[in-house]
Every structure is written in C-alpha cells, then in structure tokens.
Design a binder for this molecule. Sequence first.
Ligand SMILES: *Cc1c(COP(=O)(O)O)cnc(C)c1O
Length: 500
Amino acid sequence: MTVRPTTPDPATGTTAGSARPPALPARWDSLVQDFLADRAALDRVIERFGTPLHLLFPQVFTDNLARLTEVLDAAAVGYRICYAHKVNRSATLVRTAAALRTSVDVASAGELESARQAGFTPDRIEVTGPKGEVFLRTLAGSGVTVNIDNQWELETLAGLARPTAPVPVLLRISGFPDSRPSRFGIPVDSVDRALDVLRASGDRLDFRGLAFHLDTGDIAERLRAAETCFGLLEQAYARDLLPSVLNIGGGLRQVFTADERRFDEYVHRLRDGLSGRGPRMSWGATTFGYQVDGTSVRGTPVFHKYANTVAAEEMLADLLAAPLEGHGGRGIGRVAADNLLEIWLEPGKALADLAGITLARVEFVKESADGSVLVHLDLSRDSVTPADQEVMADPLLLPRYPPAPATTPVGVYLAGRLCLERDLVTAHKIWLPWLPRPGDLVVFPNTAAYHSDLSAAAAAMHPPAHKVAIEWRDGTFRATPDAEFRPTPPGGEPLSPEDS
Ligand SMILES: *Cc1c(COP(=O)(O)O)cnc(C)c1O
C-alpha cells in the first residue's frame, strides 16, 4: 500500500506549528526508559511472556511514595498514607505498598482479600466506597476502619457491631460549598444526625474522624472541604466525641506530558480539524467531548487531565501550606497538628504514576475508505484506557528487529483487536516515525493507574494481557510474573508477603 508521507520534522528548531508533525510527547520514568533501551532485556521479557503485556515497575512506585512522604515529614504533622488499591489490580503494587509499611484503601471484598494477602493487617486497612449489607457484615468485627458513605450504612453497621469489638469508623462528608455534586458521602447539612448515631453507639462504633475525597485538581475546593470538616469536628467535640483524623482523600494528579507547549499545539490543531479550519485529526464523528457547532468548538474535552503539569508532591505541599481564612491563615497541616489531628491521604494514581507501561504488537496496517491509515494491534482499547477517555500521550514505536528504519513520520490511527467499530485505541491521529510493519512493538506510557485495569474485559474471548513486574537488581532487569512477585528489601532476600 502507499501512504502519503507527512512533512518530516526538520529537527532544526523551526517555529512551532510550521513543519513538524503534531505530537503529544509522553513523560517516561528514567528506569522505564533504561529498560526499553536495553533491547536484550526487553526481548527476553517478550519471548517469555508474549504480547500484549502490562509491565509494572515497583521501584517507580517506591520513588513516588518517597516524594509524598518527604512533603508530609516536612509539614510536621502526623499522617497516614492509604494506597488506593482500585487504581491497579496487580499484586505487585499492593505488595510493594505493604512492604513499604503504608496503609491501604480498599473498595470491595476482592480488594480487601488482596490487601490481606499482601500482608496488610486490619489496623492498616481502610474500606471506602458504597457497601451493601453482606460486605458490612464481613467488616464488622474484622478490625478494619470503615469509611462510612451514608446514613443507612452508619445505622446498619451500628446494628451489626458488638461492644466486644468496636468498629473504627470515619464519616465521609460531601456537599461542600461550591463543590460539584457527588454521589458519595454524607451531606454537610445531615452530619448532625450521623453524630447522634455515633454518640448513641459509642460502645460499638469507634469514631475516628472525618473524610472527603474530591475528584478535582482544584486546591481551593479542597481547602473549602478541609475548612468545613474542621468546623464539623468542633461539633463532634461539643458532643464529647473524640475524633482524631482528617482524611483528605486522593486526587493528587499525575503528569503525563513531557512538553506542555507541544501538547497545547496538538490540541489547537485537533480543534482546528474539528471546526474545519485545518486538516482533520480525529476518527469519524469523534469530538472528545467538545461541542462542535459549525466552525465553533467549545467545552472541556474528556482528556483534559492529560494537560496537567503540576506534580503530585507539589500539589500536596501547596494543599498543606495554603492559608485557611477561618484559621488565622494557618494551613491544613498546621491546623491539624495544632489540634492533634492526624492527616490521612488516599493517593491512588499519584503512587502509580509512571510505574507501568503496556506493550502491544502490530498485527498489520491497512487503509480505510477515507484514506486513513489504521495500524492494527493485538490488544483492545480497554487495556490501555477507560472507554470514556482518550489517551493524549504518544506511544513509542520500536522495530521488531533493530535498527529502526529511517523514514518520514506517518499519521495513523491505532486500531484494537475487537471486531467492534468503537475499538480504536486512538481516535485522534498520532504520528509515528515510520509506517509500522507487522511485528513492530507499540509501547503505551504510564498505564498503571486506571488505564490498564479499570475496564479491561476478556471480550471476544481474547485472554487479558499478562502482568509482569520489572525490577533493576544487581545490574540487570529482572522480570517476575505478577502473581509471584515479592518485594525485595534493598540488599536482602525477597520478603514473603506474610512476613512483610
Ligand atoms: C478512587 C479513590 C481514591 C484514589 O483517588 P486517586 O485520584 O487515584 O488518588 C481515593 N479515595 C477514594 C474514596 C476513592 O474512591
């Protein structure tokens, strides 16, 4: 087949937007880059496990955790980090968290079992999310902390709990001033009723404190939530309750892009393509959540989070230090410390940031009726992104047999292996350095958090991608099947999950 080449990138620093193809350069961890550059190590892994393949890098997770704990240590406040298990189903990451002595936030019976097997004891487990009666029965008396979602749950648990084993509980609060509506949590105005139940059930429910979780990158919204919770904690003290925890949830952001300017330039061109002002860069009728009306393109795209450039530790430091108006300008960290409150966090994606990649093989390349080039892969879209998202970070193309051919970039769409029209891995056009050939490898960046596991199904009876942990030890990259992975302390023998 013939494919019209795109004007090559002259790589001479030409002005933005002139000749080089649009791109969404991805951020990669240096350990992951080293692994991909070690072609022998990469080939050994692929030969042993095949493709598609999710690779996890527990050492990157460890580094992410270290950066957050450094901020918390500097804030001089008591804290607890609960790794939000739901971002990734692997044993590798939850066992790594257990060995690093974090706590864990689980949101289902399956995650609870996974956390226990990883070595978490009940005092280091917190259960969030909506829970039915069956699950509440297993939680009562188990020793884990229950983060209460609603009044029914609180009353049901109060009925199930026994004075011989009081259940530690947090109340999740929602409905803060100017926050978007949330389906989770007890509304601020109804906390009174919940406090009454806690007061009346003091022998069975051990009230630990309040919690919120906001799915936003907005610091101001979190500050309003924290301020509201400090006020509600006062109400609790007034009723002789003794809460000692403020749980500020997760939501610390990931950074996907390595080049903000090129990202913006790409999105600009994508919008021009939608409005007809420039060449089309999207498949079919896809609009990515934009409202396209004639030549106007409005709204917030589904992929807005890929534009973030604020690192999680920076966001956390800002959040802890930003002045609270109602507390004489002290920050959350100071107010908590002054009131002997422990800050709990539930980071998920921030801990898994850059700690996983996904490998796929090119099966074949074809041209569709409208002249678009489709590169078919041996995985489906749900292995690298939730359905309603669009991953705006370029994958890496590697030749089946090095060296890479020297040719001009080609604009393509990546197609998945399911016989469904919607199974396009990218619905936006991406430019690859050469026209892929069967057997070439496509590497998706930063897939560990929510991308690889959130919606992956065994559709069309394709088996799901294997998971493999990759570690750099003793001068070489070691690959271990996920189920067999045991964290290795520096210089030591691998821990069995039971002794960690
Ligand atoms: C999903 C979830 C988290 C993790 O959120 P991230 O944005 O991945 O940090 C934390 N807490 C609760 C209650 C959640 O539902």
